[in-house]
Ligand binder design. Structure first.
Ligand SMILES: *Cc1c(COP(=O)(O)O)cnc(C)c1O
Length: 227
C-alpha cells in the first residue's frame, strides 16, 4: 500500500527538517490524522510502525478504536469538542488537543476515570483570529491554563493551533512564531509544558522550524480526503 511508503517518506522528511533547523533528533512526533480513513488504512499505517493517530469526529473515531482494540496505540482527539461528547472523548482518548473552554475542560475532568492516567491536554489557540472561532486568544492563555490547574484528571502539556493557510513558508512561520513565543513565556513558570502541536501537510516545515513537537499529518500519509 502507498501508505507505507508515504509514512517512510514523511518520517525521513521530518528527520531532514529537524537537522536543517537544529532541532534535536526525534524531537518531532508524527501524528497520523486518520479522520475519514478506514480501519484497513489505519492497519496499514500500524504495520509500518505508526502508533499515534489523530481523529476529529467522536463517533467515527470510537468505532475505529473499538475495532482495532490495540493497546499499543495512542489516540489524540483533534476536532472541535461538542459538550455532549466530552464524556466519550475523555474515556476513549489519551490526548485532547482542542481544549478552549473551561466548561468543556470541567466535563472532561469529571468524565476521566480517576483510575486512568490523567488525560493529556493541549489548549487550542486562535492565532489567525479572523479565520475560525475555535481557540482562545493568545493573551488569554496564561489565565486559562491557570484555571485548568484545579482539574486533577487533566494534565496540561502545551498549545495547539491551526492557522489560516498560507503558501509561502515565510508567511506560514509568522503565526507559529507568535505561538512559540507565548509557549516559551509560559514555560518559564511551567517547565512541564513540552508540547507544541502545530503543522499539517501544508505547513509542516514551517511548524518544525518554529518548534513543533507534534505535527498532525493526514493527506501526505493517506492521500487526499473525499470532500
Ligand atoms: C485534518 C486535520 C489535520 C491534517 O490535515 P492534512 O492537511 O490532511 O495533513 C491536522 N490538524 C487538524 C486539526 C485537522 O483537522
Amino acid at each position: 500500500m502507498k501508505i507505507v511508503a508515504n509514512l517512510a517518506q514523511i518520517q525521513s522528511q521530518i528527520n531532514d527538517i529537524e537537522r536543517q533547523y537544529q532541532r534535536p533528533k526525534g524531537s518531532v512526533r508524527l501524528l497520523a490524522v486518520s479522520k475519514t480513513r478506514s480501519v484497513d488504512e489505519i492497519r496499514a499505517a500500524i504495520g509500518a510502525g505508526q502508533r499515534h493517530f489523530g481523529e476529529n469526529y467522536c463517533q467515527e473515531a470510537i468505532e475505529k478504536i473499538k475495532v482495532l482494540k490495540n493497546p499499543e496505540l495512542t489516540w489524540h482527539f483533534i476536532g472541535p469538542i461538542q459538550s455532549n461528547k466530552s464524556r466519550q472523548i475523555a474515556t476513549n482518548f489519551d490526548w485532547v488537543h482542542t481544549v478552549d473552554r473551561i466548561k468543556i475542560a470541567r466535563r472532561l475532568n469529571e468524565a476521566r476515570l480517576e483510575s486512568s492516567h490523567a488525560l493529556k491536554i493541549c489548549v487550542q489557540i486562535n492565532i489567525s483570529e479572523e479565520q475560525s472561532k475555535s481557540g482562545i486568544s493568545i493573551n488569554e492563555a496564561r489565565d486559562f491554563i491557570k484555571e485548568l490547574d484545579g482539574f486533577s484528571n487533566l494534565c496540561v502539556r502545551g498549545l495547539m493551533a491551526l492557522p489560516a493557510p498560507a503558501s509561502l513558508i515565510e508567511e506560514q512561520r509568522k503565526p507559529f512564531a507568535k505561538l512559540r513565543e507565548c509557549f516559551e513565556q509560559l514555560r518559564q513558570n511551567r517547565p512541564e509544558l513540552d508540547t507544541l502541536s502545530i503543522g499539517t501537510t501544508q505547513d509542516m516545515e514551517a511548524a518544525i522550524a518554529e518548534g513543533a513537537t507534534i505535527v498532525r499529518i493526514g493527506t501526505a500519509i493517506f492521500g487526499p480526503r473525499n470532500a
